[in-house]
Design a binder for this molecule. Structure first.
Ligand SMILES: [Zn+2]
Length: 458
């Protein structure tokens, strides 16, 4: 009995089937339609995002006998040969094991001859960054002026290791990690094709573990399908992949923020009883706090975090109750403590101590709040004095409204009345005027008023 793993069974055979990478697919298809395909292309990106797949689809489309359509027909002899891996004009070279100058010389010798049964010879070099410097140098001249009948396609996970001289001779395509929603939709449709029902929690866990790589996700899905049979649930996925459900992490985070140490320690115990790897747990907890911080400071957290809607709602609910400063401080505290724990001989103890420290720290009050409070306090000091002044003024002056105008009149009196005492009148008047010009505090400094009002009575 031979079983074909999902990653191979579901490998896209047309551009339309490629998961994610829409801008790249569009550029490639437009190139085919306008016959503007360069003779050297390089695909880069994290593992399992479709670099080799795109190179193979491109190879089929270039050699397809049904003319140059934007999609390979998958029906003609050339397409079928490429799909079966038997095309003599498609050379797939593993750059990791054929990295020397000798292999490149042989390749160059080979491409001197015209294609045997197709329109073009196509060379796909996977993991091209593994080639030696000499091998790269041997390629330079060929890439600069490639023969008309040859197309080069390179794939690499480490673009920075490819010499600039090579890069400048290729058209570059940088593949992105596939976003959560696209991966989830793809995996759900695969499960359906396999006749397996998978619940949303399970799907989200697999997608999260895949980290944007289609192939990683498919390998996990294979494992999950074998373990769970026809009905896949979140708990089973957590079991088989050694994960804890996100609710436990969320509960723990909430307990820490609410300074509920016993709940936090209980949740930690739960994590241990699940048998979850401590480093993984630490990563998940830090990731959760990072998401909280991002949620609290970002205008568009959905795009930055790429999480399912229910998880985002859960985060936003927590974020609403705390200031971003508190969340940031908590993140920093945990980052420091948990990183130490990850390398400790007794990580659980270290994690527990970090939790204790975290719940003992008080909420952070933003500096702006403190300044506002300080302003209030200052305003509060001034007010009682004004209230004292006002009745006095009312008794002595017929219409004693303490307005900016009266205070200006009052202050104009100061130079005369205080001249004998040697006080600097103009500066007091300036102070009063400065206060008026602020506008937000209608009543001028009370000290000068107190001095001047009795003078007016004399
Ligand atoms: Zn074809």
């Amino acid at each position: 009995m031979s079983y074909l793993v999902l990653a191979r069974k579901s490998r896209p055979q047309t551009f339309a089937q490629v998961v994610g990478q829409k801008p790249i697919v569009r550029t490639l298809q437009n190139g085919l339609l306008q016959t503007r395909v360069p003779h050297a292309l390089i695909f880069s990106g994290v593992r399992g995002t479709g670099k080799t797949t795109l190179a193979r689809i491109m190879a089929k489309a270039i050699n397809c006998e049904q003319g140059p359509p934007p999609e390979p027909c998958n029906e003609c002899r050339s397409c079928k040969e490429i799909m079966a891996g038997s095309s003599v004009d498609l050379h797939e070279v593993d750059g990791a094991s054929n990295r020397g100058i000798q292999e490149i010389r042989e390749l160059k010798e080979n491409i001197r001859f015209m294609p045997t049964s197709s329109k073009f010879k196509i060379i796909i070099i996977d993991e091209v960054h593994m080639l030696t410097t000499e091998a790269f140098n041997a390629l330079l001249k060929t890439l600069e002026e490639p023969p008309e009948h040859v197309y080069f396609m390179f794939a690499t996970t480490e673009l920075h290791k490819v010499p600039v001289t090579i890069l400048s001779r290729c058209q570059r395509y940088e593949l992105k990690r596939v976003v959560h929603a696209e991966l989830a939709a793809h995996f759900a449709s695969l499960a359906q094709q396999e006749g397996i029902s998978i619940d949303e929690a399970a799907l989200n866990m697999v997608v999260r573990e895949a980290g944007g790589s289609v192939r990683d996700g498919l390998s996990l899905l294979d494992q999950v399908f074998s373990y769970c049979g026809e009905n896949v649930t979140g708990e089973e996925v957590a079991d088989v992949l050694g994960l804890v459900s996100h609710e436990v992490i969320a509960d723990l985070a909430r307990a820490l923020l609410a300074k509920d140490l016993s709940a936090a320690l209980n949740n930690l115990d739960k994590v241990y009883s699940y048998g979850m790897d401590i480093k993984r747990f630490i990563n998940e907890l830090l990731a959760w706090f990072r998401s909280l911080v991002v949620c609290s400071v970002s205008q568009d957290p959905a795009r930055l975090l790429d999480l399912p809607a229910d998880e985002l709602a859960l985060l936003q609910e927590v974020v609403a109750a705390y200031s971003s400063q508190t969340l940031f401080m908590m993140f920093n505290l945990l980052l420091e403590g948990l990183e130490k724990a990850a390398f400790s001989a007794r990580p659980r103890f270290a994690v527990e101590m970090t939790f204790i420290r975290a719940v003992q720290v008080d909420d952070v009050v933003p500096v702006t709040d403190l300044l506002t409070r300080l302003d209030d306090v200052l305003a509060g000091v001034a007010l009682p004095q004004q209230q004292v002044v006002a009745p006095q003024a009312r008794q002595s002056i017929p219409s004693p409204q303490v307005t900016p105008q009266t205070s200006r009149q009052i202050n104009q009196q100061i130079p005369q009345s205080d001249r004998g005492k040697g006080s600097t009148g103009p500066s007091a008047a300036q102070a009063a005027q400065a206060t008026q010009s602020r506008g937000d505090r209608p009543v001028a400094p009370t000290v000068t008023e107190k001095k001047s009002i009795p003078n007016l009575n004399r």
